[in-house]
Ligand binder design. Structure first.
Ligand code: HEM
Ligand code: HEM
Length: 237
């Protein structure tokens, strides 16, 4: 008679609430506003559609810019929510924090990079792994933050001395002039587009290889974890 051996206790999957609602809210505000910003931004750069007939009857570019600016406000709001929740949220809101000054952090980063390059993904994390968190730091906090600063700096040019000019006006002399601000805004847009491709590919890959419900977790907040998973129950270690 064949017996079916039970799943070892350490391997049992448990559902755990990881991403709190402000994290998910900020995520989807970013994930919805950024594609709109990319599409409208590239239209501003290359107005590939032109309208037929008399220009006074159309407001195409004006409407595209308006959608770009509204999405810009959505992105800024998402950033503020996420920044606040970095301090107010559970430890998963700070997981994967880049401890550049720890040798072990670099070692773990290199190990994860190798796993993803060779598509042999084995390490399970309850929160973000180091590689994911580093990509959020560079592409979202870094380039996304730079998009907000350069975007609102350009936006402020129509109202010199106004609110946005007081907050972000300094970006224009820092970049060396308005033209350069446009250029940086344009380059970072490409960086963010690159991030989206890699990010979506990796979360789907993780979901399949690690069987941790990764994709669903950003909707429900819950992941399937094992006892052996690396937990982020301490922040500064
Ligand atoms: C413009 C598109 C997107 C952007 C800018 C984006 C950005 C981000 C950021 C910044 C995080 C870190 C979350 C945090 O700690 O606050 C994150 C995590 C995550 N995102 Fe996205 N995301 C995008 C699209 C998507 C899509 C389409 C999916 C689903 C297929 C997805 C699934 C996830 C998952 C599962 C996590 C958690 C992964 C982890 O443990 O690091 N994202 N995303
Ligand atoms: C992920 C975020 C964003 C992306 C990908 C993005 C993308 C772009 C791109 C590609 C351009 C054309 C640049 C050029 O070639 O001159 C542009 C222009 C612009 N964006 Fe953004 N943008 C983002 C966020 C923002 C934000 C937060 C604001 C703030 C309101 C903003 C305001 C502007 C303004 C004022 C322009 C210039 C319009 C003009 O030339 O008159 N952008 N954006």
């Amino acid at each position: 008679m064949t017996t079916i051996s039970p799943v070892p206790v350490a391997e049992e999957l448990q559902s755990r609430y990881v991403w709190e609602s402000p994290i998910r809210l900020a995520h989807w505000m970013m994930a919805l506003s950024i594609p709109v910003l990319l599409a409208t931004g590239f239209f501003i750069a290359w107005p590939y559609a032109s309208v037929q007939g008399e220009a006074t009857g159309s407001f195409l570019m004006g409407r595209i810019r308006q959608i770009h600016f509204i999405s810009g406000y959505v992105l800024l709001s998402a950033f503020l929510i996420r920044l606040y929740w970095f301090f107010a949220g559970n430890n998963y809101a700070r997981s994967g924090f880049p401890f550049f000054w720890h040798v072990s952090w670099w070692r773990e980063l290199a190990g994860q990079a190798w796993e993803y390059l060779t598509i042999r993904i084995t390490q399970r994390f309850v929160g973000h792994n180091q590689l994911g968190a580093l990509s959020y730091l560079i592409f979202i906090a870094g380039m996304g933050g730079a998009e907000i600063a350069t975007g609102f700096a350009m936006y402020s040019e129509t109202n010199p001395g106004g609110f946005w000019s007081k907050i972000f006006g300094w970006v224009i002399p820092l970049c060396g002039g308005s033209y350069q601000v446009h250029q940086w805004h344009h380059y970072f847009a490409w960086g963010i587009l690159l991030f989206i491709g890699i990010h979506v590919y990796i979360v789907v890959l993780d979901s399949i290889y690690l069987d941790n419900g990764m994709v669903g977790s950003i909707f429900t907040g819950r992941k399937y974890v094992r006892r052996s998973d690396v937990d982020s129950d301490t922040w500064i270690s």
